[in-house]
Design a protein around this ligand. Structure first.
Ligand SMILES: Nc1ncnc2c1ncn2[C@@H]1O[C@H](COP(=O)(O)OP(=O)(O)O)[C@@H](O)[C@H]1O
Ligand SMILES: [Mg+2]
Length: 472
């Protein structure tokens, strides 16, 4: 009860009204740093025949952007439709899922939308059936033409303005199905179906998701979602803490933003843990200390979902400590990749901070890095785009690796990040993407720069203050 003297029930309610570690955001007030992307989605949704396609790394916030936009565009008479894809999803099963969800919400007694008496519905026979069964839909649904007709009927009866979010379409990998998806999207435009679709997919490029069909689809507004900008990351934490009258020092929130690596998921997790730590204190607190942050980081690492942590654990489990140090050195790998020699120089930087460790030779180091491509070492890295370069198989893992390094009192240096920060401090407008952030207040570019934490983080202090040593 050490936050504003509130009870646990009230605390939990308030906490999860601002922090959402496990579910996409659906409200514009909580969607941090996506103003520009949101505007693009909104503008696309008002263009007749246009749909939206959001792609990017796992955990970057695609579903959140899609859900929030859907919430805004969908008319208030019905909720927006929300379907997800699985590996066995076909386009026809997808459309029948949409129809099922629409009919679950559809009550003939309260039809909101006036249907012109002359409209002859094939799938929805008004007044006869109250609901429509999956098997009856599937029986009538055999071509993409049928699917378009069914969606058109839904658009007529469901709500004033209907939005449908189709999440994770990268799970559909069958060539034939992808071609059908392209035909469906084109057909929706041609037949003037007024349902607005927002698709999301994990992937760096449209081609990697839709294959050859990507170029044939002109009806899509394609938005590549980058990692969250620095200020958008720390805004999430600051705003949540303010709700409980707690301040956080600039040095700490910058560190939190850095270690999250631009993945809002991690910011939510750390802030969640932080607030629980403050809540459990005996006296009312109004400021976060380094110890609190440090404890929160450890608690976060412990609770990270198994699927996110698994590759890391696989790589270091039953292996010498040296593996963990090698692994931390990979956290300088940028999205485009990094070569062995820059990783080795990062490794040397790490070893300087760990005087008791035995340093690997360059050759030993390279062998270990190459091993990290194998399944039994967690398949953490893959071949980069340039020869001799390596990149992360799953980008979100880099944030986890950084958290582990930080929890072990290791600071990561990173040349390319220094370049990022240079851009970051010259762009004046806020919230315009990854680099488009204002510099921290009192920014002093002459101060010694530790790129991962920007200049303001107290390089020495932090380590001195740290109480938790995960490994002795
Ligand atoms: N712009 C944002 N502002 C605040 N939190 C966000 C934002 N985008 C995503 N999140 C949070 O990050 C986590 C992952 O977001 P999600 O939309 O599920 O990512 P994706 O669909 O790309 O995997 C969720 O917990 C969500 O609450
Ligand atoms: Mg998602």
């Amino acid at each position: 009860m050490a936050l504003k003297n509130i009870r646990e029930e009230e605390f939990t309610e308030q906490l999860y009204s601002v922090i959402s570690p496990s579910q996409p955001i659906t409200s514009i007030e909580l969607l941090s740093g996506r103003t520009r992307e949101m505007q693009r989605v909104k503008r696309a949704l008002i263009v007749p025949g246009k749909s939206v396609f959001i792609h990017g790394e796992r955990g970057v916030g695609k579903s959140s952007l899609a859900s929030t936009a859907a919430q805004i565009y969908q008319s208030s008479d019905k909720p927006y439709i929300d379907v997800s894809c699985q590996s066995d999803t076909t386009i026809l099963s997808l459309v029948s899922n949409i129809a099922m969800q629409a009919t679950n919400q559809y009550k003939f007694e309260g039809i909101v939308k006036k249907i012109n008496a002359s409209v002859n519905l094939r799938f929805f026979k008004t007044g006869v059936e109250k609901t429509i069964s999956r098997s009856s839909i599937q029986k009538q649904l055999s071509t993409i033409g049928d699917a378009i007709e069914l969606l058109k009927e839904i658009s007529l009866i469901y709500s004033e303005k209907t939005v449908c979010v189709v999440d994770e379409i990268e799970k559909i990998t069958d060539e034939v199905e992808l071609e059908k998806l392209a035909d469906l999207i084109k057909g929706l435009g041609d037949k003037k179906v007024s349902i607005k679709f927002i698709f999301t997919a994990v992937g760096q490029t449209l081609e990697s998701i839709l294959g050859a069909n990507a170029s044939t689809i002109r009806q899509l507004e394609t938005i590549h979602l980058p990692r969250l900008s620095w200020d958008a990351r720390w805004d999430i934490a600051i705003n949540a803490l303010h709700k409980f009258d707690v301040e956080i020092k600039e040095e700490i929130y910058i560190r939190l933003a850095a270690v999250s690596d631009g993945f809002p998921h991690y910011v939510h997790l750390i802030t969640d843990k932080l607030l629980w730590i403050l809540f459990d204190k005996e006296t009312v607190v109004h400021e976060v200390t380094w110890d609190d942050y440090s404890h929160a980081l450890d608690a976060t690492i412990e609770c990270i979902e198994a699927d996110l942590a698994r590759p890391y654990i696989k790589a270091v489990e039953h292996r010498a400590d040296a593996y963990e140090e090698v692994l931390w050195s990979t956290s300088i790998v940028e999205w485009q990749g990094a070569d062995l020699s820059s990783m080795y120089s990062e490794y040397e930087n790490i070893l300087n901070q760990r005087p008791n460790s035995t340093k690997l030779t360059y050759e030993q180091f390279c062998t270990r890095i190459r091993n990290l491509k194998q399944e039994k070492y967690g398949k953490i890295l893959k071949q980069g785009r340039q020869p001799g370069h390596y990149m992360y198989e799953e980008k979100i893992l880099r944030g986890y690796v950084r958290m582990q390094a930080e929890a072990n009192n290791v600071e990561i240096l990173n040349e390319s990040q220094e370049a990022e920060i240079k851009q970051y401090i010259t762009v004046s407008s806020r919230k315009t993407g990854y680099f488009g952030s204002k510099p921290p207040k009192d920014w002093d570019s002459n101060k010694a720069i530790n790129p991962i934490v920007l200049s303001a983080a107290p390089k020495g202090n932090f380590r001195r203050d740290k109480v938790i040593k995960r490994k002795e």
